[in-house]
Design a protein around this ligand. Structure first.
Ligand code: GRF
Length: 197
């Protein structure tokens, strides 16, 4: 049975584009929704161009009431009946209240080699620490931030003179390879981690 995949974004959605483009042919999944927490997320137009239904659940009207935002988010997502949720540059922290309703069916990509550098500004922190390699991680989403079981990692060398921007761009290229590979395996019910160099 073909799995239905909802992808949550906040910005340009380059990971979303890679995921949508990968779900063709004998891939066990197809995109059913791209949802953003802001109407000005650039990825919404890219999703529409690829024929994927889009939705916006703006977090700002729910300011100060995270549960209200997450209830609205859940209802809209559920109305599209996904089997899997992919967070792809989605910049809202999700609480236990939301995660518990999707646990085991929700994955995320994070731009560091977890468990190192959970949270934000991962590349600046890695450079500051003098790391010689960086990378990205796809993991199952649990209530703890950037902490669920690892489903895949890609290692990326840090180069002399790298800035957070140049490193981010190099890691992003790896994200676009890793996330589709992990989703294909995850959608087939296989949680064996994928390690890319
Ligand atoms: C990516 O670096 C991703 O790892 C992080 O958000 C960034 C933007 O991704 N979670 P995208 O271009 O919006 O997919």
């Amino acid at each position: 049975m073909t799995k239905r995949v909802a992808i949550l974004i906040s910005g340009g959605g380059s990971n979303m584009v890679s995921l949508v483009r990968s779900m063709t042919g004998d891939h066990p999944a197809r995109p059913c929704l791209v949802l953003a927490n802001s109407a000005d997320a650039g990825g919404l137009a890219r999703a529409a161009e690829m024929g994927v239904p889009t939705e916006v659940v703006d977090h700002r009207p729910h300011k100060g009431d995270r549960a209200s935002f997450e209830d609205a988010l859940h209802d809209v997502i559920a109305s599209h009946a996904p089997d899997i949720i992919c967070l792809a540059g989605f910049m809202r922290v999700l609480t236990e209240g939301f995660v518990s309703r999707w646990q085991g069916r929700m994955i995320n990509i994070h731009p560091s080699l977890l468990p190192k550098y959970r949270g934000l500004h991962t590349h600046a922190r890695a450079l500051e620490a003098g790391e010689t390699e960086a990378g990205c991680t796809v993991h199952e989403v649990t209530a703890a931030l950037d902490d669920g079981p690892i489903l895949g990692q890609a290692r990326v060398p840090v180069r002399e003179g790298d800035t957070p921007e140049t490193l981010a761009a190099r890691v992003l290229e790896s994200e676009h390879r890793l996330y589709p590979a992990v989703l294909r395996r995850f959608a087939a019910g296989d949680r064996t981690p994928i390690w890319l160099e």
